[in-house]
Write a protein that binds this ligand. Structure first.
Ligand SMILES: [Zn+2]
Length: 267
């Protein structure tokens, strides 16, 4: 009996020691590796990525690979709308409706999306914070690009410091010059966008996946719920990409043009 009791006490002690660390970050899994070991691809989640390639043929001009990487690390039904924004920003709009707008240029960028496929409201355990994001394909893609941009979602109530969360775009990450340019271009385009210093959303950790570009700096967007919801006619995983509205294309094109402007300045 003593032995059983001791084992029970030891188990409880170990459990208590382990649990707070995992809970401190608010995530169920400490890494994508742990998530993949416990969930089934194609059932609980899907992944999609593309590495755009340079193309040349005699008589045609060289089409160079861009130096830009775009990601939705918590897409699908986790942070709704971020997958659609990442796809369109990377220039991949197959299957999107085109009656309310389209891309202003044809440039394509590398992308990586992780999509939660559980029913809405049951995808919380599929959120692994960007600084613990050890997906090998996402890492390889971000590391071989100079510029990185990741789309995330937060609620309207989460921005603090006097900022209004209604249709807000918080800009974070370690790529300071890109953040300044992006804020300027988004504001000029009429969006409620600002560079955030808020601890949870400023994306200032070097371990954050988007800061692992070849320049060791990237940009992340935290778009509030009302911001993302305002871009689609029907805000469901199945219908978002076929019900994009003119604001979706206005936002996507503004971001794409700012990224291209910034990339040009790096060369
Ligand atoms: Zn996120």
């Amino acid at each position: 009996m003593n032995k059983i009791l001791k084992t029970a006490i030891l188990s409880i002690t170990l459990f208590s020691l382990v649990l707070p660390t995992a809970k401190a970050k608010g995530d169920y899994y400490p890494s994508m590796t742990a998530l993949y070991a416990d969930n089934k691809e194609g059932v609980h989640y899907t992944r999609e990525w593309k590495q755009q390639e340079a193309k040349y043929s005699t008589g045609s001009s060289l089409v160079a690979d861009s130096n830009i990487f775009v990601a939705a690390l918590h897409g699908g039904s986790i942070e709704m709308g971020t997958t659609e924004l990442a796809l369109a920003t990377s220039g991949e709009i197959d299957g999107f409706n085109a009656d309310k707008g389209t891309l202003s240029n044809q440039t394509k960028h590398d992308f990586f999306n992780f999509n939660g496929m559980n029913p809405p409201g049951q995808n919380g355990n599929l959120h692994v914070t960007a600084s613990n994001y050890d997906d090998k394909d996402a890492l390889r893609l971000v590391e071989q690009n100079k510029v990185g941009v990741a789309f995330h979602g937060c609620t309207d109530a989460q921005p603090t410091g006097g900022y209004n969360g209604y249709k807000a775009i918080l800009i974070g990450g370690l790529d300071t010059d890109l953040k300044i340019l992006m804020e300027k271009r988004l504001k000029q385009a009429g969006f409620n966008a600002y560079i955030t210093n808020q601890e949870l959303y400023d994306g200032d950790m070097p371990q954050n996946l988007i800061n692992k570009t070849s320049r060791k700096a990237g940009l992340q967007f935290e778009m509030t719920t009302s911001m993302r919801a305002s871009l689609f006619g029907t805000n469901t995983r199945e219908k978002r990409r076929t019900t994009t509205n003119s604001d979706f294309w206005h936002l996507t094109n503004t971001i794409r043009e700012a990224l291209l402007e910034y990339e040009k300045g790096l060369n």
